[in-house]
Design a binder for this molecule. Structure first.
Ligand code: CO
Ligand code: CO
Length: 321
């Protein structure tokens, strides 16, 4: 689909565009000078939860995440909204309030935007941030010997799909909503502070899908230990009932040629690893000699981080039980 765009804009013609026209990454990055680069991204989607405030906050956290995934600090955002004309004003304003309060929590000013009418609601942000051109985090920065660290659990897709089918326990939903609303700000700041160069955020393509992208962009292989991967509360329960969004099956179909599962990892577990996430955590490739200090600092800041595997020479992802 993007082929015509790639044909029109040749990477060689834009030396200050550090990230954007090559391998897909989380945001575009434009060098302003030796000390500063501008990070630009946009993301919006249809409602993942019923509560309009939470929907707005999750959409904003998710859009901001692509700047954090590049090691950037967001500072300015614009709303992008499509709302049904018959949607009560109270609901539309709650969506926008959820997004605005999340932006403020991130230290980002929301300075306008654009809204159109559409049958199905869509909401998200355009986000601009700054990063240091030499301290960018990208999908191509993972190196053999690094440790793979994840900053949120997975299984958000199975739980939000259970909500859509009226099968969800409200406590399970409440916990997953808190995770989706959580900013990746602290995880990103830690990564920059401890010299992480390889990373991405886990969203619609799943842990394994985004992992495959990172492995390919970095020309490395990944080893992930299934038991070390944190799961959202009771995600296992919904997975065992095979309640998954359509995207999870698509991810498995598309990415499984690059993934090898050790015997004993059942189908529900495999689908959890392919589960399409909304506003998931950062997947970071942490140099081994920085790991202990980074984990200590994360604990002081109440930032959860889970070691889930390692980066090796090779291709694709090997998942052990
Ligand atoms: Co991303
Ligand atoms: Co995105």
């Amino acid at each position: 689909m993007l082929r015509p765009v790639q044909d029109i804009f040749k990477p060689g013609g834009y030396p200050d565009l550090l990230v954007g026209l090559g391998e897909p990454d989380d945001a575009a990055v434009w060098r302003l000078d030796d000390e500063r680069a501008l990070v630009a991204t946009t993301d919006f989607f249809t409602p993942v939860v019923d509560d309009p405030y939470d929907y707005g906050a999750i959409a904003a956290a998710n859009a901001l995440s692509d700047v954090y995934a590049m090691g950037g600090s967001p500072f300015l955002a614009l709303n992008v909204a499509a709302l049904p004309p018959d949607l009560p004003t109270e609901i539309s304003s709650e969506i926008l309030r959820g997004g605005a309060e999340k932006a403020r929590q991130a230290g980002v000013v929301l300075a306008g935007g654009h809204t159109i009418q559409d049958k199905e609601p869509k909401y998200g942000l355009i986000v601009l941030g700054f990063a240091h051109p030499q301290r960018l985090i990208s999908k191509s920065g993972a190196r053999p010997g690094d440790v793979l660290v994840l900053s949120k659990p997975i299984g958000f897709g199975t739980i939000t799909t259970a909500l859509k089918r009226d099968l969800v326990d409200m406590n399970d939903l409440a916990e997953v909503v808190e995770w989706m609303k959580r900013l990746n700000k602290t995880a990103s700041e830690l990564a920059v502070e401890f010299g992480v160069r390889g990373g991405t955020d886990v969203t619609g393509f799943s842990l394994l899908g985004h992992g495959v992208e990172m492995a390919q962009a970095s020309s490395v292989g990944l080893r992930i230990s299934f038991v070390k991967v944190p799961l959202a509360r009771n995600a296992r329960h919904y997975a065992d009932e095979f309640i998954f969004p359509g995207g999870s099956a698509d991810n498995r179909l598309y990415f499984s040629p690059w993934v090898n599962f050790e015997a004993g990892i059942d189908e529900a577990s495999q689908l959890l690893l392919f589960d399409a996430q909304t506003s998931g955590g950062l997947l970071l490739s942490v140099p081994l000699d920085r790991l202990d200090a980074m984990m200590d600092r994360a604990a002081q800041l109440d930032q959860p981080l889970w070691v889930i595997g390692e980066v090796v020479e090779g291709v694709g992802i090997q998942v052990s039980a």
